[in-house]
Design a protein around this ligand. Structure first.
Ligand SMILES: NC(=O)c1ccc[n+]([C@@H]2O[C@H](COP(=O)([O-])OP(=O)(O)OC[C@H]3O[C@@H](n4cnc5c(N)ncnc54)[C@H](OP(=O)(O)O)[C@@H]3O)[C@@H](O)[C@H]2O)c1
Length: 261
């Protein structure tokens, strides 16, 4: 796209091979606070789909999302939009006509994302065969009122999942330290600062894949912070996000964290 920018336009920068940006080749139109968000999302979706296409089959895997609530449906929309074959697994199918039973969704896919409340983790872990699956746990033990704790005897939901996801080849904690509106809004406006996303879990090629997906498809400043033994800290970060969003600070749900040096 060429030509001078008009006063109500601003450039979204992304590279031919995804992020980080190397050249300005797209622009988004700023309308008003609501209109801007719409234009912004549309633009990101096109950009992200392009990044996934560029990465090709190396990046794309079949993804099952277990739990079609706020977090699960946002991840379902995002992964689908980025070109990943995505299946939703639920227990109350009458409420989710697009979903299939949890165990069927997981059986079809290489990646299983757990987006259920903490108190449902045991049932899902019991029901699903995780043999050779990549498991991504997005749960926070705090719950909406920050009143819940991890399952008894565990420091974190992540360690509980790793222990009980029988046969899983890799287990990660990811996507938990931000509200779901951020999943398709990786860059803060108007600063242009990319939001952080923290990943911990099994080292190896599956972690490399997840970090790449979070950077190139989702567009986050994705950082590997260690093994699943640090999941309790990553989950506390999620709970702290919730405190900032809904507690006395009342920051709302659209902010993310960033690190500066
Ligand atoms: N909401 C966010 O922005 C956000 C962001 C990051 C992380 N998280 C974390 O993600 C988890 C889910 O949060 P949420 O806000 O999406 O909760 P939610 O809106 O209550 O959704 C949970 C979904 O999981 C389903 N579910 C419950 N038990 C299940 C089971 N045994 N098998 C299959 N599906 C089951 C529920 O179905 P029914 O309602 O029919 O029981 C519901 O559709 C929490 O741990 C939360 O901390 C949330």
């Amino acid at each position: 796209m060429s030509g001078p920018l008009s006063p109500n336009e601003t450039v979204v920068i992304f590279g031919e091979r995804g992020w980080p940006a190397t050249r300005p080749d797209e622009r988004r139109v700023r309308l008003d606070s609501t209109g801007f968000k719409r234009a912004d999302e549309e633009c990101w979706k096109r950009a992200l789909a392009g990044a996934v296409r560029t990465a090709g089959s190396r990046l794309v895997k079949r993804v099952a999302i277990i739990g079609g609530g706020e977090a699960g449906s946002a991840l379902y929309d995002a992964f689908s939009e980025f070109g990943f074959p995505t299946t939703l697994g639920e227990h109350h199918l009458e409420k989710h006509p697009e979903a299939v039973p949890t165990e069927d969704a997981a059986a079809r896919c290489e990646v299983v994302i757990l987006a259920v409340p903490t108190e449902s983790l045991s049932e899902v872990l019991e029901r699903v065969d995780f043999q050779d699956k990549i498991v991504i746990d997005v749960t926070n033990p705090g719950g909406p009122q920050l009143t819940h704790t991890p399952p008894s005897g565990y420091r974190s939901n992540g360690e509980f999942v790793e222990k009980h996801a029988r046969g899983a080849r890799a287990v990660f904690k990811c996507f938990n330290a931000m509200g779901c509106p951020n999943f398709t809004n990786p860059v803060a406006y108007p600063s242009g600062i990319r939001k952080d996303l923290y990943i911990c879990g099994t080292d190896g090629p599956d972690k490399d894949w997840l970090v790449t997906v979070c950077r190139q498809a989702f567009g986050f400043n994705a950082t590997d912070v260690g093994g699943i033994d640090v999941a309790h800290l990553v989950e506390q970060n999620g709970n702290f996000w919730m405190l900032l969003a809904k507690g006395p600070a009342n920051k709302g749900v659209n902010f993310g964290f960033t690190t500066v040096e």
